[in-house]
Design a protein around this ligand. Structure first.
Ligand code: BES
Ligand code: ZN
Length: 625
């Protein structure tokens, strides 16, 4: 009887010590890794809250106002250092409104200039009066003609990865978090929205107030201003869009209600109170951006048939993977995107069935193989853990983070069973909520929770190969899709009969059509292209995924009947994922290059900086500087 309590207490101490050690280990790792893409030094004095007071000046294309930065100065540092890029700083005040001494450091390529503010050990906040530049890389200022309504201008921001500093002085690294509030003044008739608690109606003063109570990293700061209206879907979801687009958007997105439920059932409560979607004008450079409480989305997913809803599942999933547990540096980007693609496909599977999710996984696998082929299987950018030193973190955006990340997690799932894996993920989001995660910390957690001392399992997963190795590891899970096999059979039939008459394509989904188009033969003559187009109306499709895939073939086969449509597409749509392959296909031939340059000259003013940043090089565009 006496042995038991003492045994228990020893055991307790051992358990406590091990878990303490483990915590310490995570902690140390997280503190060690500093962010190579930020000039701020939060370990000395750390920003904790931001209060913005901004006026949106459409004529000058500038934000004008103040940013008050509250910070913790546990080390008693005499400086607070913030990231800025292309900001004009007019004045800095300390708590008591005395003027602070400050300096803007030399411009560092890609990163901007550090703003160093002299503070006293007991200074609590600084207020910075500043103006953003009309060429702020995060902001796109649209003329009325570039909107759906055509009458009011529009502004939106895109802060990921390191562009928050081009519109707000802040500590701009994904490993640091702060809460924020804002007061934003806009011209009458416009509404302002942020990644925060939002208005649902316009007001006459043009002054809007915002609050984000949960701490977020700077890349999730977001602002949009335009002729916007709101419609609720249920109590915690809704859509913002220009009035002309609102109804179609609401219809397209109504399943978001079920998505939030399904997601919560999988991995725990949604931490952000609301999940609304803002439909932007077509120049938005991404499919979606997971700004907390308010996903920013391209209008190109309004396909009319809900066929592109997995994009919403993706951005919603980021409410956990990314926004709640955040990649600590951009080298760890796969922790954001790989987890999100995995989560996205689980939501899609729960709502639309395994067959459907497997089609998307297979399309993802095709993308992954193509990316590895393009980059080369020994290329170090095909590792999950990236090395982005001296590089723009935007270069991290490739199918490696998304799809290699996805398949790695799927491998773990398949190795230990879904139930166990789901428990692991649930605990992961709970344990690390509102913290940042880096690859080493994830490995420690994986070792502790899953691998333990199981050598067989360790070998089966072989995480080192995935994380530090290039190319596609041999143990990559295999995906099969019966529906795609049927598509392959129809394609074969077409090749044999050279006619579309006997093909059975009834009830094909967008995903099946995409597979069909992707698998079309490399060699096709104009007659064949024409035959397919007449039968299936790809050129005139209203679905941008189908258009983009088909137009690549059209370019490669000089199918001129599609050129006008391609030009319209390139001029009107700013989504980088579509633009990159199309321009890349065009520049492969002499004539194509001329055409690309022509179109690009007209289209470029419609694109956001992040698209231009990628495309200038592909098209060989020399900007007049
Ligand atoms: N967070 C990304 C977009 C992003 C990544 C912006 C890196 C800037 C730098 C977003 O969640 C995303 O992945 N969007 C995809 C959606 C798709 C995978 C469903 C897109 O825009 O295509
Ligand atoms: Zn994403």
């Amino acid at each position: 009887m006496r042995i038991l309590p003492s045994f228990l207490s020893v055991w307790c101490i051992v358990v406590l010590l091990t878990s303490c050690n483990q915590m310490k280990e995570y902690q140390e790792v997280s503190e060690e890794t500093s962010d190579i893409h930020s000039l701020a030094q939060p370990k000395r004095a750390k920003m904790t809250h931001l209060a913005l007071d901004l006026k949106v000046d459409f004529d000058r294309k500038q934000l004008v106002g103040t940013a008050t930065i509250y910070f913790d100065n546990e080390t008693g540092a005499n400086q607070l250092i913030l990231d800025t890029k292309d900001l004009d700083i007019q004045q800095v005040l300390l708590d008591d409104s005395t003027k602070a001494n400050y300096s803007l450091g030399e411009e560092v390529a890609l990163l901007g200039r550090p703003l160093r503010i002299q503070v006293a050990p007991n200074t609590k906040k600084v207020t910075i009066a500043y103006t953003s530049s009309p060429k702020s890389a995060a902001l796109q200022w649209l003329t009325p003609a570039q909107t759906a309504g055509g009458e009011q201008p529009f502004l939106f921001s895109q802060s990921q990865c390191i562009l928050a500093r081009t519109w707000i002085p802040c500590q701009d690294g994904p490993g640091m978090r702060f809460t924020y509030q804002a007061r934003v003044e806009v011209p009458p008739h416009l509404m302002a929205l942020m990644s925060a608690e939002n208005p649902t109606e316009k007001n006459e003063t043009g002054i809007y107030e915002f609050e984000m109570k949960q701490p977020i990293p700077a890349y999730l700061l977001a602002l949009a201003v335009g002729d916007l209206a709101f419609q609720k879907i249920d109590e915690r979801t809704g859509v913002y869009a220009e009035p002309a687009t609102l109804e179609a958007a609401v219809q397209e997105y109504e399943e978001v209600v079920k998505m939030v439920e399904v997601a919560e059932n999988l991995y725990g409560k949604h931490a952000w109170e609301r999940y609304d979607i803002l439909v932007l004008p077509p120049s938005f450079p991404f499919g979606g951006m997971e700004n907390p409480r308010l996903t920013f989305a391209t209008p190109t997913i309004i396909a009319g048939d809900k066929s592109l809803m997995s994009l919403v599942a993706h951005e919603l999933a980021h409410s956990w993977s990314g926004n709640l547990v955040t990649n600590q540096t951009w080298n760890d980007f796969w922790l954001n995107e790989g987890f999100t693609v995995y989560f996205e496909r689980r939501i899609v599977e729960a709502l639309y069935g395994r067959d459907f999710a497997e089609m998307e996984a297979l399309l993802g696998y095709q993308d992954l193989l193509e990316t590895i082929e393009q980059k080369g299987k020994n290329n170090k950018d095909t590792k999950l853990l990236l090395d982005l030193r001296k590089r723009d973190p935007d270069e991290a955006v490739s199918d490696i983070a998304y799809e290699k990340g996805y398949f790695f997690l799927r491998l773990i799932e398949e190795s230990i069973g879904r139930e166990k894996f789901d428990r692991f993920l649930r605990k992961y989001f709970e344990t690390f909520a509102f913290e940042s995660m880096n690859t080493q910390r994830f490995i420690n957690y994986l070792e502790k929770e899953i691998i333990k001392d199981d050598e067989v399992l360790a070998k089966k997963i072989n995480y080192k190969d995935w994380i530090y190795g290039t190319g596609l590891p041999q143990n990559c899970p295999k995906v099969t899709s019966k529906r795609f096999t049927q598509v392959d059979a129809q394609l074969q039939l077409w090749k044999e009969t050279q006619s579309t008459d006997s093909l059975n394509t009834a009830d094909w989904s967008t995903q099946e059509w995409l597979h069909f188009i992707r698998q079309l033969p490399v060699q096709m003559d104009i007659e064949q292209m024409k035959q397919l187009d007449e039968a299936y109306e790809f050129t005139a499709s209203g679905n941008t995924e189908i258009q983009a895939a088909w137009y690549v073939h059209a370019i490669e086969h000089q199918y001129e009947a599609a050129y006008e449509a391609i030009e319209n597409f390139l001029i009107n749509i700013g989504r980088r994922k579509f633009l990159t392959p199309l321009y890349s296909a065009l520049v492969k031939t002499e004539e194509g290059r001329t055409l690309a340059k022509d179109i690009y000259a007209k289209a470029r003013p419609n694109y956001h900086y992040v698209a231009v940043n990628t495309l200038d090089e592909i098209v060989g565009y020399q900007s007049a500087k």
